[in-house]
Write a protein that binds this ligand. Sequence first.
Ligand code: GNR
Ligand code: NI
Length: 170
Amino acid sequence: MALLPLLYYPDPKLHTVAKPVQAVDARIRNLIGDMLETMYDASGIGLAATQVDVHERLIVIDISEHRNSPLVLINPEIVWASPEKQVSDEGCLSVPGIYDGVERAAAVRVTALDRDGRSRTIEAQGVLAVCVQHEMDHLLGKVFVEYLSPLKRNRIKTKMLKARRETVRA
Ligand code: GNR
Ligand code: NI
C-alpha cells in the first residue's frame, strides 16, 4: 500500500471527466487499497480517484466514527434522487481549510460494483448521501466550490494559489 499525492484546487486536472473502470482486476484492487490508505491518512470521509489524478470511476468512503467501515463504489450511477433537498457544510481534501454550505438531494439510490466486481445498490441519506454526491461530482470533474458564488469561488482560488506559493517558497 502507498500514500498517493492529492491534486489541489484550482488544478485543472480536477476537472477531468473520469472513464468507467473496465475490469475490477489486481490493478484496481491495488488502487482501492492505496486510496483507502490516503483517505484515512488525510482524515477524510471520502476520496474520488480524480483527486489522486486517476481518471476512472472509482470512489472510496468511510463515514464511520471508528474508521473501520470502508465503502468502495466502482462505476457508481445515481438511479434515484429524492426531490427533498438538504443544505450542509462541505469541505474537500482538494480544497483544504474551506467549508461552505451546498444544497443536494437529501437521499439517493446508487448502483455500483463493489471491490469483488459484484453489482450492488445502496440507499443513502444524511452525511452518506452528501458524501456520495460530492465524490460522484469529482468523477464528473466538478469540485464543490463550483456551487458557491463566483465571488466566493474567486476568493478561494486566490487563497489556494497564495497558500501554494508560500509552501513552495518555504
Ligand atoms: O473529508 C471530507 N469531508 C466532507 C465533509 C462534508 C462534505 C463532504 C466531504 S468529502 C471530504 C473528502 C473529499 O474531499 N472527498 O472528495
Ligand atoms: Ni472532495
